[in-house]
Design a protein around this ligand. Structure first.
Ligand code: GLN
Length: 322
């Protein structure tokens, strides 16, 4: 193990100068040949756990693997590998950002969703694993709708953000044309780069707008992961979310359901039966939203579907042609 002692005249404390800085420091080693991966990891784990970060070991390892561009297995097998001073400095800076509760996906700039690597940044919500269920249900809906239509489906994805839902759907279902809408130009730029990266630009049209206002197509399918956190809960979310993710992608008004309600109302009259609407929702919102759905779409098959953790997650509305 290289020595961690430093000459007193070369202070290299690398703590974030922030109010919530923690009292542990991760130190650069003076060894010009760099420090070993294993000892850097140990220091990073200490710093992250002192800062109250969940799963500090896997977070520290993710950030280091990203920088060294190595696999998990490689890193575990080579704790003695020497990290160059430049990589060390970059590692310390990303660990410090994580210690200040910035999400790892923003630090490394990407996140996997539905087996696809997606660019993410502070202008978009980080895609959640729970949202993969929305994509699965949309794929099932396509299977049901395609034979009935005998043509390419037309779908809208509202609040597309990073484009995660639209892109996953387009990758799996090429017989579909998707209009992906977001109110944020910065988000749409991220989404378009993601669509280009996964070669689905031709199947998706990105539009800036307020929900369905700029959409005049007749729709077979509507999918949406809109903001659904009640306004006064946004500030109480874990700092990773409340402090770093875009408020506009989280805040769903007083009870969280405002945008979903509006989208459901706007979509009435735009759906071409048979058709399906799928909304991601929050726990506890199923009852109120299915009541609205029942009055807006009488005769439709309305279901609240729970995710793998048992929480209400998707409101599904199937409209039949008769
Ligand atoms: N699932 C997100 C969260 O609470 C909320 C996403 C949303 O509002 N669409 O972390």
């Amino acid at each position: 193990m290289p020595s961690r002692r430093r000459a007193p005249d070369s202070p290299k404390r690398l703590l974030p100068e922030k109010a919530d800085a923690v009292s542990v420091s991760i130190r650069m080693n003076d060894n010009l040949n760099g420090e070993s991966a294993g000892s850097l990891l140990t220091e990073a784990v200490e710093l992250l756990s002192a800062a109250g970060i969940n799963e500090p070991r896997s977070e520290a390892s993710l950030l280091l693997r990203e920088l060294l561009r190595v696999s998990k297995a490689w890193l575990m097998a080579h704790p003695e590998a020497i990290v160059s001073p430049d990589q060390q400095r970059r590692y310390v800076s990303s660990v410090e950002r994580r210690a200040a509760h910035e999400p790892a996906a923003y630090i490394i700039g990407h996140r996997e969703f539905f087996g696809l690597d997606l660019e993410v940044g502070p202008s978009v919500l980080i895609p959640r694993p729970e949202t993969e269920m929305l994509v699965e249900l949309a794929i099932d809906a396509c299977e049901r709708l395609l034979p009935a239509k005998g043509r390419d489906l037309v779908a809208a994805d509202l609040g597309t953000g990073s484009g995660a839902v639209a892109i996953a759907l387009a990758v799996r279902r090429p017989a579909i044309r998707i209009v992906a809408v977001d109110a944020s130009q910065a988000a749409l730029e991220v989404a378009m780069r993601n669509a280009e990266r996964h070669r689905v630009m031709r199947g998706i049209e990105f539009r800036i707008g307020d929900l369905l206002e700029g959409v005049d197509e007749r729709l077979d399918l509507l999918v949406a992961n809109l903001p659904y956190v009640p306004s006064d809960e946004v500030d109480r979310l874990m700092p990773e979310v409340g402090r770093y993710e875009p408020r506009a992608a989280l805040d769903g008004g007083p009870d969280g359901t405002m945008l979903i309600q509006r989208a459901m109302e706007q979509a009435r009259g735009m759906m071409e039966a048979p058709a399906t609407l799928l909304f991601e929702i929050g726990e506890g919102q199923g009852m109120a939203l299915s009541e609205s759905a029942r009055s807006l779409y009488p005769g439709a098959d309305i279901r609240v579907i729970r995710d793998y953790t048992g929480l209400e997650r998707v409101l599904s509305i199937d409209i039949d042609s008769d």
